[in-house]
Design a protein around this ligand. Sequence first.
Ligand SMILES: C[S@@+](CC[C@H](N)C(=O)[O-])C[C@H]1O[C@@H](n2cnc3c(N)ncnc32)[C@H](O)[C@@H]1O
Length: 276
Amino acid sequence: MSEGVRLDPHARVAYDDFAPFYDAFTAGHDYEAWTRDLEALAREAGLRGRRLLDVACGSGKSFLPFLERGYAVTACDISPAMAGLAAAKAQGRARVEVHDMRELPRLGEFDLVLCLDDAVNYLLDRVELGAALAGMRRNLAPGGIAIFDANCLHTYRSAFATLSVVPSDDLVIVWRGETSPGLEPGGRGAATTQVLRRAPPGGWVETAQRHLQRHHPESAVRGAAGAAGLRLACVRGMRSDGSFHAAVDELRCSKVVYVATAADQDQSPGTGTRGT
Ligand SMILES: C[S@@+](CC[C@H](N)C(=O)[O-])C[C@H]1O[C@@H](n2cnc3c(N)ncnc32)[C@H](O)[C@@H]1O
C-alpha cells in the first residue's frame, strides 16, 4: 500500500474480540483433510520444499497440520489475539508474528505461502487485494507456490445472508448474516457474530463482532494477481463438501481456490528450485 494510507483495522478489531471463540465456532472444519487436498494441488503445481508461510493464520488451524507433516512454519495475522492463540498451540515449533497482509514485509523465502479460509475477503477493495498478493509474491522462494481462497457469491447469498447458531451449555455463538441474498458480483458482505457466555452465578455476558467482507470475482483476482507478479497455475471451485471442481460455478461453489507461482519463473512441475 502507498505510504500515508490509513489501513482500516476492522478485521483486527473483530478478531481480537472473537479470538477466544473462533475454534468453537469452526469446530466442524476438517483442516487435516482440507490442507492435504491443498498440499496435493501445490505438489501438482511444482511444490518441492517444506518452508511454509501462513498469512492470516488465525488461531493456527491452517498451519498445525503442516507442522505435523514436518514443515518449517512461519505464520502471521493482523490480530494479536489470534496470533497469540496460534503461537500457544505451536508451543515454540513455529515463528508467529503480527502483520497486516496489506503491508506484509519479506519474512523469508518460502516454498509454500498460504492464505486460507476467506482471509482475502476481509480486504475491502482491489488495491488492498493487490497489496496482499504482492506481499505473498515477495515471500516466495524460487519455484515457490502460493495458495489462497476466496468466497463465492453462493456463500454471500446463503451463509452471509442467514442466521445460524452454534449452541452449547455455557457458550452460544450466533452468526447473523446481514448480506443481501441478491448480492451482485464484487459487492460487500457483512455478518455479526454474537457471543453469549454463561457468567456465574447465573447470568450471561454478551459481546458482538462485525465481519466486513467483499466478494472478489475471479476476473478481479486474476487482474490483481497478474499486477502483483503472480501467475495462476490452477483455479478450482470448491463445494461445501470439500470437493474441488475444474469449473468454477459462483452460484454452486462455496469458495474459489487459487494456486499461483511467481510470474517470472518457469514453474512447470519438476523445474522448481528445491527448498529445505
Ligand atoms: C476466517 S479466519 C481464517 C484463519 C486461518 N487461516 C484459518 O484457516 O483458520 C480469517 C483471518 O484473517 C485475518 N485477517 C483479516 N484481515 C487481515 C489482514 N489485513 N492481515 C492479516 N490478517 C488478516 C483475521 O484476523 C483472521 O484471523
